[in-house]
Ligand binder design. Structure first.
Ligand code: MRU
Length: 365
């Protein structure tokens, strides 16, 4: 049992293994996967056994820690091992910037360290810190976001942004949790989230465990639900927030934002500072992952289309900042996000010593 009362632990760090609840098997089976090498962590991220921007950011750092641990026991050039492990982990998934920030910050921590043993110890401690810090981040986002929602609110959410996506309390789903705890939220509508079904498989699993009333819809039903006046807010997560407030998130997010705008429903994006990328001037600069066509052509084990059917399978899309009512971060709410407000947010947060990204930070490696 998780000490924080969720009843499950999406991600645990033992110092020599990263233990993950395998999200590809949910909700059928709750099986934990032990990753003891960098290659195993990289495979788990690539295969989406662990997923969600903050969660893969932390997992990647654990992958580096495992590389150094291995290097400390075998000897050799640990800085080379660190570079190779970084490259492998960076190649897993391109869109969520948390992964790149996590690796960069981890490397900064060991830049002045001389011995492999010491570097391994520093990074292991960093994983512990990140897991702990994510709870604080998620809870601050939840508090800020819940404050935006009216009493009796019915919310629509997309993909999975809960404990499974962060390793802690959840971002957009954390807002849902907090609003429900406060007695403000009456119902959650959950999109199934084709093709990987994170809404259907993971978000409903979390909501059921949390005993929060919810109903699942197919992605195509969302606009109709809005037209019927059944929801008062849309709350989603983010994989990368560009400098001008454009947001890359799970494919289907843009369609929800367009529909919400049409029906004048507030559209909130929950994003920790680790998901901000000031190096991407606008959404078009964000790399969008394209995945295997088989994800679209198969539903579970069953093929729903011929394997020869041409398929385009972008895993994410970009919603312009102009369609976003507010970004909700651990440092507060940014209404109608734009470049100036994001610069101000990142400046204020770096002055306050927040662990997100610095305004000038770019992925330069
Ligand atoms: O492909 P996934 O499942 O990793 O995509 C996840 C999302 O798009 C989430 O909305 C985002 O990472 C935030 S998770 C707190």
């Amino acid at each position: 049992m998780d000490e924080r009362g969720t009843g499950w632990r999406p991600m645990q760090w033992t110092g020599d293994a990263l233990i993950l609840l395998d999200q590809t098997l949910l909700p059928r089976e709750e099986r934990y996967l032990e990753c003891r090498t960098t290659a195993e962590v990289a495979a788990a991220i690539r295969e989406m056994r662990i997923r969600g921007a903050p969660a893969i950011g932390i997992a990647a750092v654990a992958g580096l820690a495992l590389a150094l641990r291995g290097s400390a026991s075998t000897g050799g050039d640990w800085k080379q091992v660190l570079d190779d492990a970084t490259r492998l982990l960076e190649s897993t998934r391109p869109t969520a910037v948390d992964l790149f920030h996590g690796l960069k910050r981890a490397r900064e921590r060991v830049v002045d360290v001389a011995e492999a043993e010491e570097a391994a110890r520093v990074l292991s401690q960093f994983v512990v810190e990140l897991l702990e810090r994510q709870w604080q981040i998620d809870q601050a986002i939840a508090e800020h976001g819940a404050g935006l929602l009216p009493r009796g609110v019915r919310v629509l959410t997309h993909c999975n942004t809960g404990a499974l996506g962060t390793g802690a309390y959840g971002t957009a789903l954390g807002i849902v949790r907090r609003a429900y705890e406060l007695g403000h939220l009456t119902h959650v509508w959950v999109t199934e989230t084709r093709p990987r079904l994170q809404g259907a498989r993971l978000t409903t699993w979390e909501l059921r465990r949390l005993a929060i009333p919810h109903t699942m819809i197919v992605d195509g039903a969302a606009a109709w639900l809005m037209a019927r006046g059944e929801i008062e807010a849309v709350v989603v997560g983010a994989d990368r927030v560009a400098a001008n407030g454009d947001v890359a998130n799970k494919v289907g997010t843009l369609a929800l934002a367009v529909a919400a705008d049409r029906f004048r429903i507030p559209f909130y994006v929950a994003a920790p500072l680790s998901s901000f990328d000031p190096g991407a001037p606008e959404g078009s600069a964000i790399p969008i992952e394209e995945r295997d066509p088989a994800e679209v052509l198969r539903l579970g084990e069953a093929w729903i289309g011929s394997a020869e059917t041409p398929v385009w399978n972008p895993a994410f899309d970009v919603t312009p900042g102009s369609l976003i009512t507010a970004l909700v971060t651990e440092c507060g709410v940014v209404p109608s996000p734009d470049r100036a407000k994001i610069v101000a947010l990142l400046r204020a947060s770096s002055t306050a010593g927040e662990v997100g990204v610095r305004e000038t930070e770019r992925d330069e490696r």
